[in-house]
Design a protein around this ligand. Structure first.
Ligand code: UDP
Length: 244
């Protein structure tokens, strides 16, 4: 067995090359970071759980007609994915006010938004991932005007599909972050991961505002029972067939 060629190591994943230049391996780590990596820790079993959840959700999105980088899951904590050039944008979709939206607007936590909101952030750790306006995004040439429209439309479609899926799991999809990339033919693909690290997920069986949290806010806010929350999400997600 040859040592694998590591192409990139991020906060939560390692990307390896394969024999095929069009295919990469994404290895999910147990490492957890928050607040632009100022808070660091480990969540036992997170790599496998996030890999299983992401794999299932990508498969579900594919079956609903969304083009993603997902190919398959050859190991519990590894996804085979199509190689893409990541667009340096974090595309956040919000259904309910939480996190930075509350801090920046004064909206009360839990306010149901009249329609989903799409926010673009500059994926740039040195700058602290700032919120962008459309004009700033175009100024920095992070995407073309057509791509911004395409990203907005895709993000809203993905929100509809995922919100309906999580609803069946008795989970409210509060908000989530997406990343997109361009494959070598220029095709726009949904990339990265979709997991409790990148989504706010509230358990509909709980009314208590802290007990209902099933996502990385448990780590960010030291709420405890992090592994159990991620496990709960995984069990509910895997119990629903991706095609449903
Ligand atoms: N998010 C993420 N990575 C980031 C920033 C945000 O996955 O670098 C997710 C986060 O988990 C939440 C959504 O995007 O589901 C909106 O996050 P928000 O802007 O409220 O920032 P936060 O309050 O998490 O700092």
């Amino acid at each position: 067995m040859f040592a694998r060629q590591k192409l990139y190591e991020g906060k939560a994943k390692i990307i390896y090359a394969t024999d095929d230049p069009e295919i990469l391996l994404a290895h999910f780590k147990d490492d957890a970071t928050a607040f632009n990596a100022q808070k660091r820790g480990q969540i036992a079993g997170k790599g496998e759980m996030n890999c299983a959840i992401s794999s299932h959700l990508f498969q579900h999105l594919e079956s609903a007609g969304i083009a993603t980088h997902w190919i398959d899951r050859p190991a519990p904590n590894e996804l085979r994915v199509r190689s893409v050039q990541i667009i340096p944008l974090e595309v956040v979709v919000r259904n309910i006010a939480a996190g930075s939206l509350c801090q920046q607007t004064g909206l009360e936590l839990g306010t149901v938004l009249p329609h989903p909101l799409v926010d673009f952030y500059y994926k740039n750790d040195a700058l602290g991932d700032p919120l962008l306006t459309r004009d700033r995004l175009l100024l920095l040439q992070l995407a073309t005007s057509e791509q911004v429209d395409q990203l907005q439309t895709l993000a809203l479609q993905i929100n509809q599909i995922l919100s309906a899926f999580f609803q069946e799991c008795n989970i409210t999809l509060v908000d989530f972050k997406l990343e997109f990339g361009l494959a070598n033919q220029g095709q726009l693909l949904l990339a990265d991961e979709i997991s409790p690290d990148t989504c706010r997920l509230w358990n509909q069986s709980e009314t208590d505002p802290n007990l209902r949290i099933l996502d990385k806010d448990r780590f960010r806010r030291d709420l405890g029972n992090i592994e159990a929350a991620y496990h709960e999400v995984m069990e509910r997600v895997l119990a629903h067939a991706p095609q449903s």
